[in-house]
Design a protein around this ligand. Structure first.
Ligand code: TYD
Ligand code: MG
Length: 460
């Protein structure tokens, strides 16, 4: 006998579910976001079968649990290995999120090609046809070594190479059919591109809705755990910067990676936001080239553009991303405004932080910034949310305002509301990185107590 469908209402923003419809989501406070979501078999009703099984499952003592340290899968990409904590853990589920077009499919296809020389990889594409994926593979597979070849030769090479024996493409969007394929095929790695295109008959709603995303992700993760296969799931990001379909996914997977970068800059930063098997906030740096994603060879120099020239308005900061320090160039432009409300245009750093620092400069360093338009920019498309760059922002604005070049100075300190300098985490590491690259003028909270002291020193 067919089961009566269960009806639930799920918030499309945060995934909160409730048995009745609500105008306002009690979890995230958004209005009109609850959508009906019907489960006929499996899915939510599977809970009852779990509870009957529970009778047979006994809690185990921690010391009695035997666990085998299975080696992680090392990929060809050292940057990726580092970000996920030293290689891919078998049976783990990883979400790769990012804006459309940032390079998620390219990166994962490269990963699939490189791993398929030794293991079986299943690449499920819900967005592109297998021919499209093949075209991309041909474009990136035989890139540098065979760059002088014609298209035809490249296709033949990619067909004869080891990788094509073990790399399987599947253009399918039916979640249950994909799970079946995984169980039958038992690959060594599964890639789902992307979760927003996957749907199941068992759940109502269009693909990409919270119900569909949640149900299919749950099926994939379960299948990954049961078969001990690592799985990578691609997720697009909504306007608000949340993983669309939305935050629900990040609670379900073991690791959340974010691929970020500006459309028109080459740099791509892969960042771990959550990791059950390693540290968070680790970053890996890639460059999007004609031939796909390349690992950055000397990332520490990547964000320095003007460093050799002495230009007012440019300052270096040493920022910490996970366990790595990077030297990044900050640029500021301060010009007399013609508007009653001066403009503050900021990219790459928090604009409210910049407003605050401008107020500190005005109050404690007597700079008339209320009559100036101020523009602040991070070179190289990096986004910085590190308090250690405060001093750098102030110095860049000061440098532009006074027309004094400071482009070889490195500022490392947090600035307080009273204009005092505070020490930041990883100070030694940041200083060491700056010294390694040959910068001598490093301004930190160790040498100076306040912003005013620093600026007084610069005047002389
Ligand atoms: P893609 O991986 O399709 O992005 P996502 O899956 O995150 O939506 O990347 C698409 C962009 O990357 C597209 O604008 C073209 C560019 N690209 C390159 O610059 N070089 C390449 O070798 C490839 C395959 C893509
Ligand atoms: Mg894609």
């Amino acid at each position: 006998m067919a089961k009566k469908p269960t009806i639930n209402f799920v918030c499309q923003e945060c995934g909160y579910d409730s048995p009745q419809w609500l105008g306002k989501c009690p979890e995230c406070g958004n209005w009109n976001t609850m959508k009906e979501f019907r489960v006929t078999s499996g899915g939510l009703s599977a809970r009852s079968s779990v509870s009957t099984n529970l009778a047979q499952i006994k809690p185990q003592k921690l010391k009695e649990i035997v666990y085998k340290e299975t080696s992680r899968i090392q990929t060809e990409y050292q940057e990726l290995n580092n970000v996920i904590g030293g290689g891919i853990v078998r049976g783990s589920a990883t979400l790769i999120a990012g804006d459309p077009g940032v390079g998620k499919s390219t990166l994962l296809l490269q990963l699939a090609i490189s791993l398929s020389s030794q293991s079986k990889v299943l690449y499920v594409s819900g967005e592109e046809s297998v021919e499209q994926v093949k075209m991309r593979a041909v474009r990136i597979a035989e890139n540098s070594e065979h760059s002088e070849m014609t298209e035809g030769q490249k296709i033949r090479v990619s067909e004869s190479s080891n990788s094509s024996e073990n790399l399987f493409l599947l253009a399918l969007t039916d979640a249950d059919a994909i799970v079946e394929q995984i169980a039958q095929m038992k690959p060594d790695l599964v890639i789902i591109d992307s979760i927003q295109t996957i749907e199941s008959q068992n759940v109502s709603g269009l693909s990409g809705s919270v119900g569909q995303v949640r149900y299919s992700a749950l099926q994939f993760i379960r299948s990954a755990k049961q078969n001990n296969i690592p799985i990578f799931i691609v997720g697009h990001v909504t306007k608000e910067g949340m993983v669309a379909g939305p935050m629900v996914l990040s609670h379900m997977v073991d690791t959340v990676l974010f691929l970020e970068g500006e459309k028109f800059a080459k740099t791509r930063i892969l960042r771990s936001l959550k990791n059950r098997f390693g540290p968070v906030d680790e970053v890996g740096i890639f460059l999007m080239e004609e031939t796909g994603m390349q690992e950055a060879t000397n990332p520490e120099k990547l964000f320095l553009t003007q460093a050799s020239e002495q230009v007012p308005g440019s300052v270096l900061v040493s920022t910490l991303e996970g366990s790595r320090a990077f030297l990044v160039e900050l640029q500021a432009l301060a010009v007399t405004t013609r508007l009653p409300m001066p403009r503050r245009v900021v990219s790459g750093v928090d604009s409210r932080r910049v407003e605050l620092l401008l107020a500190v400069l005005q109050k404690h360093c007597h700079m008339p910034l209320d009559t100036m338009d101020v523009f602040v920019n991070v070179a190289g498309g990096m986004k910085l949310a590190d308090p250690g760059i405060d001093l750098g922002i102030c110095l860049a604005v000061y440098s532009s305002f006074k027309n004094i070049p400071l482009s070889h100075a490195v500022g490392i300190a947090e600035v307080g509301l009273l204009g005092e300098l505070r020490a930041v985490s990883g100070l030694e590491k940041r200083i060491k990185e700056a010294e390694k690259l040959g910068f001598k003028n490093i301004i930190t909270s160790k040498k100076y107590k306040s912003l005013r002291d620093v600026l007084a020193k610069l005047k002389n």
